[in-house]
Design a protein around this ligand. Structure first.
Ligand SMILES: NC(=O)c1ccc[n+]([C@@H]2O[C@H](COP(=O)([O-])OP(=O)(O)OC[C@H]3O[C@@H](n4cnc5c(N)ncnc54)[C@H](OP(=O)(O)O)[C@@H]3O)[C@@H](O)[C@H]2O)c1
Length: 239
């Protein structure tokens, strides 16, 4: 049976951890958990036959870390990546454009946009034809929702993920690449957003989101989904 290598950033909690758990259940799959603090990775149970989880350090605030992580993988004899999910992000910068905290926006820009782009540049040389690069987006990215939302900051950074997905699809003919909104999910980030609007928690579980994401990624081809903004349930999102 052929083997597969999947790299996920922000893999120690939330959607990223759910993705690690789901991919590592598959047989012959090497799952690379790329996280800023390697000691924060929980033990992953129920790993499929011939599969393993490899932890590498990748702090999105350190733009050189993407390349350093690839060098570490090569030292561990991992020389190809079939799926990369740029999942790590922060989401604490909201409000109106006129009052957005510029220091916070700069940090969000670095973690949510520059770091995924640096990751893309570092990963592409290891990605064979037909491999998949997923830019984790959000409903907060959607320009059509302006002015019904106050997402200056976080929303702008996620809008950039859509741009990067579209651009990379046309620029790189051999890679399947798209932006993906995971739904409103019960994680630290999702539940914080839910509480801010008076809800107890976000509407969907990590498991529901992750099951959908795996199917969308599995089904994606250059003709189907690539270059688009997809949702976890397989529907196409607005830009
Ligand atoms: N949850 C939702 O409802 C929702 C909705 C739309 C989009 N999304 C997107 O889905 C993705 C995952 O979100 P989530 O809900 O799972 O978020 P989360 O629970 O807040 O987890 C965020 C992850 O990103 C990592 N991260 C943050 N800053 C980092 C840095 N400087 N370097 C490396 N890793 C860093 C965190 O690592 P540490 O533990 O080290 O902080 C953590 O693993 C994000 O891209 C988010 O924007 C989520």
């Amino acid at each position: 049976m052929s083997s597969s290598t999947v790299l996920i950033t922000g893999a120690n909690r939330g959607i990223g951890l759910g993705l690690v758990q789901a991919y590592s259940k598959r047989p012959n799959t090497t799952v690379i958990a790329a996280i800023r603090n390697p000691t924060s990775m929980p033990e992953v149970q129920d790993v499929g036959e011939g599969s393993k989880v490899v932890v590498v350090k990748l702090d999105s605030a350190e733009i050189a870390d993407g390349k350093k992580a690839m060098e570490e993988l090569k030292r561990k004899s991992i020389t190809k990546l079939d799926i990369v999910i740029a999942n790590a992000a922060i989401g604490d910068c909201f409000g109106a454009l006129s009052e957005v905290d510029l220091g916070s926006f700069e940090e969000h820009w670095r973690i949510n946009v520059l770091a995924p782009l640096a990751l893309y540049q570092a990963c592409v040389p290891l990605m064979p034809e037909g491999s998949k690069f997923i830019w984790m987006s959000s409903g907060a990215s959607i320009i059509d929702r302006v002015p019904d939302k106050l997402d200056a900051g976080y929303g702008i950074t996620k809008c950039c993920m859509n741009y990067l997905a579209r651009y990379s699809h046309f620029e790189n003919k051999s890679i399947i690449t798209f932006s993906l909104s995971p739904g409103w999910v019960q994680t630290d980030m999702g539940d914080r957003g839910a509480r801010s609007v008076g809800m107890a928690k976000a509407p969907i579980t990590v498991q529901e989101s992750v099951e959908g994401i795996l199917k969308v990624v599995d089904d994606a081809t250059k003709e189907k989904y690539s270059g688009l903004h997809m949702r976890y349930n397989g529907t196409q999102s607005k830009w």
